[in-house]
Design a protein around this ligand. Structure first.
Ligand SMILES: [Zn+2]
Length: 138
């Protein structure tokens, strides 16, 4: 089941048993910011840049029901609530985003001019860190 999702993603890298990182299909992703995890009968997806699970799935032609293969959603029923990733699981991604911010900061402090793509990536990292802070604060 998870393979049908992984097969549609690029840059897939297994980080642990039942855990993967991949490039997010829903935004221009230069480094993998999509975390995929297989937990029991569910597949958890988290884009660290802030794409919604719906956006990620529709970008690869799937929908929420594909994450919950054993549950057939009745029309009008509420969407299944996707469990959150734990802080521990997000840590490798946080480090990656923090590193991008640190490099951008270092370049600015050194008087280097950031390329537009680097600026965009740093901004993405900035938003990702803020977003994670909001998630942890809840
Ligand atoms: Zn994304």
């Amino acid at each position: 089941m998870v393979n049908s999702i992984l097969g549609r993603l690029h840059g897939v890298k297994q980080t642990a048993p039942n855990k993967w990182l991949a490039k997010c299909p829903a935004h221009p992703d230069r480094s993998p910011s999509l975390a995929i995890r297989l937990a029991d009968d569910r597949i958890l997806i988290h884009c660290f840049a802030g794409c919604s699970v719906d956006a990620v799935l529709s970008a690869i032609g799937l929908d929420m029901a594909d994450l919950f293969p054993d549950r057939v959603a009745a029309p009008g029923s509420p969407k299944p609530k996707v469990p959150r990733f734990s802080a521990y699981e997000l840590f490798p991604l946080l480090i990656q985003e923090a590193l991008i911010l640190a490099l951008a900061f270092d370049a600015v402090v050194s008087g280097d001019v950031l390329a537009d793509t680097d600026k965009q990536r740093a901004e993405q990292a900035f938003n990702a860190v803020l977003r994670l802070n909001n998630e942890v604060a809840k």
